[in-house]
Design a protein around this ligand. Structure first.
Ligand code: PEP
Ligand code: MN
Length: 354
């Protein structure tokens, strides 16, 4: 249940409401509220509250409306918010402003890891030329082995900021620990939470509480169910940051042929369950560069709001994930195909309307 508090409510009316909520829920602690898009909300887990109890709350002068949400996730659910969330990227930085969540798919591209200045700048210019809207690049890398390249850290962030200045492309990079959220957010336009950290709750809270509400791209956990994933997103939104983008990047299975299994059915399913935008990462999902173009087309056809693709100017010599990285020329073709597919899908919508 989500209670929207009237913005005009007096402090007495608010106190009265809080007392009622404490009484109904049996809570001994003060009720905390969440502010989303300027609206103050109380989110209650109880789905079993009787109709009479709800009616009692509804009568409270401080209540604007009550939304019943049956699922465990509340604020990210379609039941709470019917219209699609649009996430605006690039705020506060001198770069192009990009919107994720509309009909035109957003293309995010760049190397797995920032390796050095030349590699990043060359790739950044090339992906821009290929039609990408946002540049990706890992500065802090969550590597399976401690002996693999761990990223350039802070130096990588500075190089990303330089690449943004040179190309005008907003940048996305991963943040792995709560203590680094502020630093990474100063440089990045989107904070990426990697698959291995989807259920790192202190990290989810830290990006949720970020003062400027820097957009967050939340990757699906290695073996996460859709409900677990949506609840991880709920942590961020409930902590105060509504700018969340979901990213399907494949889930673990028994088959060794591909790195992961791309769960494309989650795209249309999520569009029913949540108002948050969803992008697909065909690179980590397949682990094979030859599969990336086909799965990119399939993702757009499934209704994804965008793609995040690993691109390297010299994939065979990449320090990280070269096997799944494509060249800028291949990206250009994918961008063209994505545009054409979108056009066809929209025309179809127009025909249906006519
Ligand atoms: C990445 O984007 O480079 C990455 C590490 O992805 P994931 O968290 O999906 O494995
Ligand atoms: Mn990678």
């Amino acid at each position: 249940m989500i209670i929207t508090i009237r913005s005009q409510a007096t402090s007495e009316e608010r106190t009265q409401l809080m007392t009622q909520v404490c009484r109904i829920t049996g809570s001994l602690h003060p009720i905390t509220t969440t502010v989303i898009d300027g609206q103050e909300l109380i989110v209650l887990d109880g789905t079993s509250l009787a109709n009479e109890t709800q009616a009692l709350l509804n009568e409270q002068a401080a209540v604007e409306r009550i939304t019943r949400v049956k699922t465990a996730y509340k604020l990210v659910s379609r039941a709470f918010k019917a219209e699609n969330t649009r996430v605006y990227v690039g705020h506060g930085h001198d770069c192009e402003q990009v919107m994720i969540g509309g009909k035109i798919p957003t293309i995010i591209a760049g190397p797995c890891a920032v390796e050095n200045r030349e590699q990043l700048l060359t790739t950044a210019h090339a992906v821009k030329h290929a039609g990408a809207h946002i540049l990706r690049g890992g500065a802090f890398k969550p590597r399976t082995s401690p002996y693999q390249f761990q990223g350039l850290g802070l130096e990588g962030l500075h190089l990303l900021a330089e690449a943004r200045k040179a190309t005008g492309l907003p940048i996305i990079t991963e943040v792995m620990e709560p203590e680094l959220v502020e630093t990474v957010a100063q440089h990045a336009d989107i904070l990426q939470i990697g698959s291995r950290n989807m259920q790192n709750y202190p990290l989810l809270l830290a990006v949720g509480r970020h003062a400027e509400k820097r957009p967050v791209l939340l990757k699906r956990g290695l073996s996460a169910t859709i409900d677990e994933w949506l609840l991880a997103a709920e942590y961020i939104v409930a902590a105060g940051n509504p700018n969340v983008i979901l990213c399907e990047r494949g889930i673990r299975s028994y088959d060794q042929q591909t790195r992961n299994v791309l769960d494309l059915s989650c795209v249309p399913l999520l569009q029913e369950l949540t108002h948050l935008p969803i992008v697909v990462d065909p690179s980590h999902a397949t682990g094979r560069r030859e599969l990336v173009p086909t799965m990119s087309r399939a993702s757009i056809a499934a209704g994804a709001n965008g793609l995040i693709i690993e691109v390297h100017s010299d994939p065979n010599n990449a320090l990280c994930d070269g096997r799944q990285s494509i060249t800028p020329e291949q990206l250009q073709k994918i961008v063209r195909e994505a545009r054409l597919l979108t056009q066809i899908m929209h025309e179809e919508v127009m025909v249906q309307v006519a």
